[in-house]
Design a protein around this ligand. Structure first.
Ligand code: DGY
Length: 321
């Protein structure tokens, strides 16, 4: 019987497939900010498997302190919180949950995009606060998307799903990747490959879907924001540190861009002072994959990879390392 430690409760029923055959410890969520590496080390005493979430710092010290660990099953597709090199060095498998949250995240990207384009939070507040006295020709005018250009940074699974939805809105789609996407993906999305500078200069909406790593850290910095149209919107459902938040606050204040929809933050869950004040910014608490279906399927994927590792299968689904 193996010991599985989940760093916090998942969705109800999410790990039911593991409880009959293994000891599953579900830890209480930490109050306030994320756990430290030392807290993770304390939680994983005697654990064979760590079921981690994106806020858990799964670093080399953990692998050094817990040599019995066999698997880190990440309850997310992004793994920028995990030191994959250290995992490999210590012969610990790492799995994640690609694919099952693609549509949920693409839908939410569009929710933020539309909310920012049409000032939905401001409109909601306007009505709730009893300020709706009559129809006004110039009240809360927004951006009409038809005929506009959507610039996708990172045409992976989620970026492609966001691009496909753009076709229904009559938008032209351009994209930029480190390496050009395959012809099938380009055809299905009708997305045209362009350089980063061209994407920034020509897009009415820039939507970020790249992973966070050393190359993409602060990819959207002061220069990138200055290169965007003053009428453009920035949407980020990828990872916070892809955007230099201080530069974004300054760009919004200076009118270098028109607004933003943000589901992720540079120092999550902390909010950069200045973002809260901007009524042209729509904010969400990292909800991209937050549908019951996606979160259940993510739990099932974690269960499948945990069982494969514990049963000694040669092939472990969704294994990165
Ligand atoms: C992910 O999976 O990486 C999302 O950010 C959370 O579901």
């Amino acid at each position: 019987m193996a010991h599985i430690v989940a760093t916090r409760p998942l969705i109800e029923g999410g790990l039911s497939g593991l409880r009959d055959t293994h000891t599953v410890t579900i830890c209480d969520p930490p109050s306030g900010s994320a756990r430290s590496v030392d807290e993770l080390i304390a939680l994983t005493e005697g654990a064979d498997v760590l079921l981690s979430i994106l806020a858990d710092p799964v670093k080399a010290e953990l692998f050094e302190a817990r040599p019995q660990l066999r698997l880190v099953a990440q309850y997310a597709v992004g793994v920028d919180n995990i030191d994959l090199t250290a995992a490999e060095t210590h012969d610990v498998a790492v799995t994640h949950t690609p694919g099952v949250l693609t549509d949920a995240t693409a839908d939410f990207t569009w929710a933020l995009l539309l909310a920012a384009a049409r000032h939905v939070p401001a409109a909601d507040a306007y009505v709730r606060e009893g300020r709706f006295e009559r129809w006004e020709p110039a009240l809360l005018l927004g951006m009409e998307l038809s005929g506009k250009t959507l610039g996708i940074v990172g045409l992976g699974r989620i970026g492609a799903a966001v691009a496909r939805r753009a076709l229904g809105f009559g938008m032209t789609v351009v994209y930029h990747n480190r390496t050009r996407a395959n012809p099938t993906r380009e055809r299905q999305t009708t997305a045209q490959y362009v350089g980063r500078e061209e994407l920034l200069a020509t897009s009415d909406v820039v939507s970020l879907h790249c992973p966070h790593n050393a190359d993409s850290h602060h990819l959207i910095d002061a220069d990138a924001l200055a290169a965007m149209k003053p009428s453009a919107l920035l949407v980020n459902t990828a990872r916070g540190p892809v955007v230099d938040e201080a530069a974004l606050v300054a760009a919004l204040a200076d009118g270098e861009i028109a607004g933003a929809g943000l589901d992720v933050f540079e120092d999550e869950p902390a909010l950069h002072p200045g973002l809260r004040e901007h009524d042209r910014v729509v904010l969400a608490p990292h909800l991209g994959s937050a549908t019951t279906r996606a979160r259940m399927r993510m739990a099932q994927m974690c269960t499948d990879s945990i069982q494969a590792v514990l049963e000694g299968h040669d092939s472990v689904p969704h294994r990165l390392v």
